[in-house]
Design a protein around this ligand. Structure first.
Ligand SMILES: Cc1cc2nc3c(=O)[nH]c(=O)nc-3n(C[C@H](O)[C@H](O)[C@H](O)COP(=O)(O)OP(=O)(O)OC[C@H]3O[C@@H](n4cnc5c(N)ncnc54)[C@H](O)[C@@H]3O)c2cc1C
Length: 396
């Protein structure tokens, strides 16, 4: 394949934000190329880039401690059915989301306050009422829970990327199943190099998740962190017993504040219950660090801790197998994603804080709008320079 015809807009990164941006831009009538590889078949043997969406479960909910993210969540969730219809792929289950914590030692009460202030549907339960409503919980004494029954539950990030990609293709976007190897900006456009040829675009949106800064060859003030998740395979009886389980956000001190997904069917035909919540933040400072981390398969120590936490929280849980998976997140200092221009022709959209799957459609839309020149000032990237000049970088 030789990609030679000029393309007006290109999006680098076929993950959650990039695929969303491509759908929005393509739907607006722009000519779009969406560039990015599939999920690696075997992490341990893979030498290319990785993503943070290789899973079937991401918690979705409107509530977030920060107003910006609540706004993003609302906007994106309101379009879930539109995306599913346009892509022909279902990805969302409204199982509800439970925020739960010790009444005295956590700020769980602030969840109820924010929901009340903002009109987010939310039910409050404590002690015996909590146990009655969610009988699978092991201990509810002294605990307070706020349950979002609507516009909450979980999405499959893999299926969401598929839905967004198909929807973008249906309105004319061209998908290039390759990593970008380099970007070179000049007076008339941008050349994106891939193994099978070059893509010429007038403007480019880079939404390459944890690889964004290394692809651009510059820091935008974000740190990439390793994350480990533990998955527990359940038998049919356990799946049935936990059928009413919502997604859960357990409040507590760092390292004892897991998030938990209910049993979800995975591509192997089995149901797996997943949880995460690393006790320490391990930095991935280079491209080699990221790749080595994914190839390593994640931390067994973290998975052991997570196993203790799930057994502490779900009454009499019986699982048949445990799996450990690596992932990565990006955090900046502002608490906000970085969405805006880096130069005349190159715009960026990334910075996930471990919570951008649910609202990726809105972040992708904002990325697309920024590419077209409409930028939200508070999200503009911190380039450290008045005029960062043309972007020219080779993927390490
Ligand atoms: C363990 C874990 C649990 C999480 N749980 C939740 C949750 O419960 N709820 C929630 O809302 N969010 C959650 N998140 C966050 C969510 O998964 C991320 O916010 C989201 O994946 C970020 O989207 P993104 O598009 O920025 O990055 P990604 O989804 O990682 O996509 C980036 C894409 O860029 C591609 N790419 C990289 N380099 C190149 C290149 N050179 N050329 C072309 N393509 C490239 C990659 O292949 C990848 O497909 C979680 C994240 C982790 C790690």
């Amino acid at each position: 394949m030789n990609i030679s015809s000029p393309i007006k807009l290109a999006v680098i990164g076929r993950g959650l934000i990039g695929s969303a941006a491509a759908r929005h831009l393509s739907k607006m009538g722009h000519e779009v190329a969406l560039i990015g590889p599939d999920e690696p078949a075997d992490f341990s043997q893979h030498s290319g880039v990785f993503g943070s969406h290789y899973d079937e479960g991401r918690i979705t909910r409107v509530y977030d401690p920060q107003p910006f993210w609540r706004q993003m969540n609302r906007a994106a969730i309101s379009r879930y059915s539109e995306i599913a219809a346009e892509g022909g792929v279902e990805f969302y289950r409204e199982a509800g989301a439970l925020h739960i914590g010790d009444r005295e030692t956590t700020d769980v009460a602030s969840v109820g306050q924010a929901c009340a202030d903002e009109g987010i549907a939310c039910e409050a339960y404590q002690d015996g009422a909590l146990a009655q409503r969610f009988p699978f919980l092991k201990s509810t004494v002294g605990m307070l829970g706020y349950f979002e029954p609507r516009n909450a539950g979980y999405i499959s990030p893999r299926r969401l990327v598929r839905a967004q990609t198909i929807a973008a293709e249906r309105t004319g976007a061209r998908v290039i199943n390759e990593p970008a190897l380099g970007i070179s900006e000049n007076g008339s456009g941008v050349t994106i190099r891939t193994r099978s040829g070059s893509v010429e675009a007038e403007r480019v949106l880079v939404a390459a998740g944890g690889h964004t800064q290394s692809l651009l060859g510059r820091s935008l003030g974000f740190t990439v962190y390793a994350r480990t998740v533990a998955l527990f395979r359940l038998g049919a009886a356990e799946v049935q017993r936990l059928a009413g389980m919502p997604s859960m956000r357990c409040l507590g001190p760092k390292g004892d504040n897991p998030y938990i997904l209910p049993p979800i069917p995975y591509p192997d035909g089995q149901s797996w219950l997943k949880l995460g919540g690393d006790p320490v933040d391990r930095r991935l400072d280079s491209e080699a660090d990221i790749k080595n981390w994914f190839r390593s398969g994640g931390s067994v120590d973290v998975a052991d801790r997570l196993q203790g936490q799930i057994l502490d929280r779900i009454r009499d849980l019986k699982f048949e197998e445990r799996r450990v998976m690596p992932c990565m997140t990006t955090f900046g200092d502002t608490g906000l994603p970085s969405i805006g221009p880096l130069s005349k022709r190159v715009t960026v959209a990334f910075g996930c804080y471990g919570k951008s799957a649910k609202c990726s459609d809105e972040l992708g839309r904002l990325g697309g709008m920024a590419l077209l020149g409409e930028v939200r000032a508070e999200l503009a990237p911190l380039t450290g320079a008045q005029d960062p000049g043309a972007i020219s970088a080779i993927a390490p």
